[in-house]
Write a protein that binds this ligand. Structure first.
Ligand code: LMR
Length: 329
């Protein structure tokens, strides 16, 4: 196994940027943590194909899925050091690296539909959030959907008390940690790539994710119950290393940006379909019991999770949330 920290240091010290090839071609290294057959996996491969087509093969996007190159614990650092050129982390993963305002997207029951999410991500507020990423040498290039998250465990999770005492794998988001604590569960931060094993070995009891991730990580093998809570949103921001982005000739930058825009629009159009297909496959497999929540059950959960909104306001102030709420009406 490679010592990643030493590799990162070596790459950061390399005199010649890794993306500049001697024959004038350009290779863009893009790392992500999910499976290929997911909204993110598919959209990034479409981006790769768009770039190849538009550049006649001169610019190549090398996509590394499934945490093959970097996982949650080191991908942001790898990007900032230039060991990889582009990433598409979930919005939840920007909080711990200096962008707590991104944790807005993790608030339980803030959004009711993908259209509401788009009002933020495709509007002025979304652009402002992306622009803020330059504080840490990142270029925010656009947003990509996955979908609404649901809760899984080896029991149905239909009411707040069902969560008491459960160890729940979460992403490194303070909002999500607070959400689990409010429900009486113990949040355990683990990389996405470690989630399946942690569930299989009973290191944790449950987790939350959209069904496309649940299904493609084969979590149905290690979780008896999936409760369709739809309590939160999982989306992504595609980001590039600023030095790499500036290295590109302006025409190439425009080409890559156009190729990405098209792929993100396409990805956002197929995300719901991918999650629906994953739910159908899960149903057909019979592997996991699927529980729907009644309206009253969902409302009880929503009520119980109110303090999570107040917690975020205490940490980052009320302004961001007020602006989001004004947009949602
Ligand atoms: C997770 O860690 O649960 C997700 O962010 C994984 C992903 O990228 O969809």
């Amino acid at each position: 196994r490679l010592d990643r920290r030493r590799c990162l240091q070596a790459l950061a010290l390399a005199a010649v940027p890794a993306w500049a090839q001697q024959d004038g071609s350009i290779t863009i290294r893009l790392s992500h943590v999910v499976a290929r057959q997911t909204p993110k996996g598919l959209a990034l491969e479409r981006f790769r194909d768009n770039v190849a087509r538009a550049s006649g093969g001169r610019i190549r996007v090398q996509v590394y899925p499934n945490s093959l190159l970097y996982g949650d614990a080191d991908e942001m650092q790898a990007l900032q050091l230039g060991a990889v050129d582009m990433l598409a982390p979930s919005l939840s993963k920007f909080g711990p690296v200096g962008f707590p305002e991104f944790e807005l997207f993790d608030l339980p029951f803030l959004f009711a539909t993908a259209q509401q999410v788009h009002r933020i991500t495709q509007g002025a507020l979304g652009r402002e959030l992306l622009a803020g990423l330059s504080r840490q040498g990142l270029v925010g290039l656009g947003y990509l959907d996955n979908g609404f998250k649901h809760m899984s465990a080896n029991r149905a999770l239909l009411a707040p008390q069902d969560f008491i005492g459960l160890r729940m794998r979460i992403q490194a988001s303070r909002v999500i940690a607070h959400q689990m604590r409010v429900l009486g569960a113990h949040p355990v931060v683990l990389s996405f790539g470690e989630a399946y094993r942690a569930l299989a070995l009973d290191v944790v009891d449950g987790t939350e994710n959209p069904i496309s991730n649940f299904w493609t990580q084969r979590m149905h093998e290690v979780q008896i119950d999936l409760s369709l809570t739809g309590h939160g949103w999982l989306g992504y921001a595609v980001v590039a290393n600023q030095r790499f982005w500036r290295f590109l000739a302006s025409t190439d930058r425009a080409l890559v940006a156009r190729a990405l825009d098209e792929a993100l629009q396409w990805g956002n159009a197929i995300a719901q379909r991918e999650n629906d297909a994953a739910l159908a496959a899960l149903h057909a497999s019979g592997a996991t019991r699927i529980h729907d929540l009644s309206r009253a059950q969902r409302q009880r959960l929503q009520q119980a999770l109110r303090p999570v909104h107040q917690g975020l306001v205490q940490r980052i102030g009320a302004a961001w949330l007020q602006r989001v709420q004004a947009q949602l009406g």
